[in-house]
Design a protein around this ligand. Structure first.
Ligand code: SF4
Ligand code: SF4
Length: 410
């Protein structure tokens, strides 16, 4: 049997004090051979944190600036020339970087700010993209360090290493890709996997010290997880992160599709785990986003008639909506309208991407769940809270792997 080529190191880290982060990052990177094993003197290194929106670090929406600072310093010590940037969902990259504290870190460390202002058209990429445009800053870097925040995600289940690279697509080109996938979450997950394979970051370092549960990635609640992860492959890092928060591959669309397409790094068996014990760092489970699907395991022919009962749909809370129009502007199929002082959604056009919920600065877009989805959630909550036998334990990752494989007729 060939040894695994995917490595993921874990290091416990209980807070964002600079000393804690420096120690955890040094321990994790030593397990991977040190930053010098990745960065050579004179290389232009692009660090890509999660800068979804201009929220303060305590909201857990963006990668914490102290983690970004520690990585910048380590790359500079290895001789790399650092730039930091991302394409946010709302606002300009400069505004978001300033509000989430990352711009201060860039200025204090003497790194460059990568504005992600310009994109380059690539033509067809992989099997899913008719055409793809990526930020010039990404394409011109010698090396990319991917720095996600571990959060729940309304559409994909979880956002970490693979999903964070969607920020390589600049501004309003993102809705066009959502539109290409339509309501097909498996296709969107394959697009994200192919995008990650194309961008190919040399390192993925995850801020999972405090993550997000509930209505992630923009409006959920912070949750203490207490770990930094570092690995040479974003999919392998996601496989470990999924297990770390007590989720299974069936709960996370990118993991599910990676396993179905037999991608290396989609199973723990493919990965060499280093550093602190995954078992000891794992938390019992995080509250999923209300709009996230459950792993139904139903035959495909039952999905259409049960669609409404199985899924969730967005709706606007009249009290909270300030009619700013941001969601209307970014809705990929233009299913939203502000008329007569009210926000309306045309559900015949809606593709259930939940971009509107992700971007609303006032948390005014809520989720209405179908009956079967609510019932499953209720059972899941009771199990997690220990009211059913087997509650308060992370679900074993391997069991869902087998289920997905058996769906393929093995
Ligand atoms: S739902 Fe949110 S984003 Fe949409 S118009 Fe209202 S406040 Fe603005
Ligand atoms: S209404 Fe919201 S969930 Fe529906 S397509 Fe528009 S942005 Fe996506």
């Amino acid at each position: 049997m060939t040894p695994p080529t995917q490595y993921v190191a874990l290091a416990a880290a209980g807070d964002y004090l600079p000393g804690t982060i420096e120690l955890a990052l040094t321990r994790a990177m030593e397990e991977l051979g040190g930053m010098e094993a990745f960065v050579h003197p004179g290389q232009r290194v692009l660090i890509k944190p999660n800068m979804l929106a201009g929220k303060s670090p305590d909201k857990a929406v963006t990668t914490h600036p102290e983690v970004v600072r520690a990585v910048i310093r380590m790359v500079q010590a290895a001789g790399g020339i650092v730039a930091v940037g991302d394409s946010p969902g709302v606002g300009t990259p400069q505004q978001v970087a300033r509000r989430c504290g990352i711009m201060d870190v860039i200025e204090e460390t003497g790194a460059d700010f990568a504005p992600f202002s310009d994109s380059v058209r690539m033509g067809p990429v992989g099997r899913t993209f008719r055409q793809l445009e990526l930020a010039r800053d990404i394409l011109e870097a010698d090396l990319i360090i991917n720095m996600p925040k571990l959060k729940t995600h309304g559409m994909m289940g979880l956002t970490c290493g693979v999903k964070n690279l969607f920020g390589a697509v600049v501004g309003m080109r993102k809705p066009a890709l959502h539109l290409q996938a339509g309501t097909d979450k498996s296709l969107f997950a394959l697009m994200l996997l192919e995008l990650a394979e194309h961008v190919r970051p040399a390192l993925t370092i995850v801020d999972a010290i405090v993550g997000m549960e509930g209505n992630g990635p923009g409006s959920g609640d912070p949750i203490a997880i207490g770990a930094l992860l570092a690995g040479n492959d974003p999919l392998a890092v996601d496989s470990v992160a999924t297990c770390l928060v007590g989720m299974t591959a069936g709960d996370v669309w990118t993991q599910r599709m990676a396993q179905q397409t037999r991608r290396l790094g989609s199973r723990l068996a493919d990965i060499e785990l280093r550093g602190d014990s995954l078992e000891q760092l794992s938390i019992p489970g995080i509250r999923p986003a209300q709009s996230a699907d459950m792993a139904w395991g139903l035959p495909a022919w039952l999905h259409a008639p049960l669609q409404r009962s199985l899924s969730a749909r967005p709706y606007a809370d009249k009290q909270r909506c300030r009619q700013c129009g941001l969601c209307v502007e970014h809705c990929p199929p233009q299913a939203m309208q502000l008329t007569a002082g009210r926000l309306r959604i045309d559900y015949r056009r809606c593709i259930y991407c939940f971009c509107c919920q992700e971007l609303c600065p006032y948390g005014a877009l809520l989720t209405r769940q179908g009956l079967l989805l609510r019932l499953t959630r209720w059972l899941g909550e009771r199990k997690r809270s220990g009211l059913f036998p087997g509650g308060r334990r992370p679900r074993p990752y391997g069991r869902t792997d087998e289920k997905i494989d058996s769906d393929q007729g093995e």
